[in-house]
Design a protein around this ligand. Structure first.
Ligand SMILES: Cc1cc2nc3c(=O)[nH]c(=O)nc-3n(C[C@H](O)[C@H](O)[C@H](O)COP(=O)(O)O)c2cc1C
Length: 195
C-alpha cells in the first residue's frame, strides 16, 4: 500500500486504496507508536450520543498463537469429523498478520440511541482502522470469519455473549501485489429523487 504523504494526495489515496488478503500477509506491521496512532484514528468516527459503543482487543506476538490453540479446540468441537490440516489452520488464524485487532461492538439498549446506530458506529471504526493502517503504508483486511460468531471462540478472545465482533482487522504487509476487485457501478446504484 502506498503511504499517504504530501505527494500522494488524500483523494488519490481514497480512489485507489484496496484491501489485502490475510491469506497472504506477513511483517512488517506497525510498531507500538504506529499502532497507537492507528487505534486513535479508528476511534475518531461519528458516534451518535458519544457512547463509544465499541472497544479494541489487540493480538500480537505470542498471543496470536495462544488464542489460536483455543480456536482449534472450539473448531474441533464444532467439526469433530475434520482432520488435522483443518484443525491446524484454525490454530494459525491470527498468525497470518503481525497485528490483529478485534473491534468489539458493545452496543446496548439505550433510551435514545438505537442499537443499530451504535452498531453502525462500530462499522465506521473498522473501516477507519483499515484506512489508518493503509495510510501508514501497511496492508489491512477487515474480516469476520467463524470466530466472530462462535461463542467459545468469542470467549477465547475476551468477547462476552452480549457483545458482537464488528470486525477482525489484520494489519501487516502483503506478500503479493494487490489486485483490485471489480468496483460497483455507482451510477446504477444512485437515483436522484425527482429527476
Ligand atoms: C463485516 C465484514 C466482514 C468481512 N469478512 C470477511 C471475511 O471473513 N473474509 C474475507 O475474505 N473477507 C471479508 N470481508 C471483505 C473484506 O474486508 C474486503 O471487503 C475485501 O477484501 C475487499 O476490500 P476493499 O474494497 O477494501 O479492497 C468482510 C467485509 C466486511 C465489511
Amino acid at each position: 500500500m502506498t503511504k499517504l504523504n504530501d505527494t500522494h494526495s488524500l483523494l488519490t489515496f481514497l480512489k485507489t486504496r484496496k484491501s489485502a488478503s490475510a491469506k497472504a500477509m506477513a511483517g512488517p506491521g506497525p510498531d507500538a507508536t504506529q499502532l497507537q496512532d492507528i487505534l486513535e484514528i479508528a476511534a475518531r468516527v461519528p458516534d451518535h450520543g458519544k457512547l463509544n459503543p465499541w472497544r479494541f482487543i489487540v493480538f500480537q506476538d505470542a498471543g496470536r498463537a495462544a488464542v489460536g490453540e483455543k480456536f482449534k479446540a472450539a473448531w474441533a468441537k464444532l467439526h469433530p469429523d475434520h482432520g488435522a490440516e483443518s484443525l491446524d489452520f484454525q490454530a494459525t488464524l491470527f498468525m497470518r498478520a503481525p497485528i490483529v485487532v478485534v473491534v468489539v461492538s458493545t452496543a446496548a439498549l439505550h433510551f435514545k440511541i438505537p442499537v443499530w446506530e451504535q452498531q453502525l458506529s462500530s462499522a465506521a471504526v473498522c473501516f477507519n482502522m483499515v484506512l489508518a493502517a493503509q495510510a501508514h503504508g501497511f496492508d489491512a483486511q477487515w474480516q469476520s470469519d467463524w470466530v466472530a460468531y462462535d461463542e467459545a471462540a468469542k470467549a477465547a478472545m475476551g468477547v462476552s455473549e452480549a457483545e458482537n465482533v464488528a470486525g477482525i482487522i489484520y494489519i501487516g504487509t502483503s506478500t503479493v501485489a494487490l489486485e483490485d476487485r471489480p468496483r460497483p457501478d455507482v451510477a446504477g446504484l444512485t437515483t436522484y429523487w425527482g429527476v
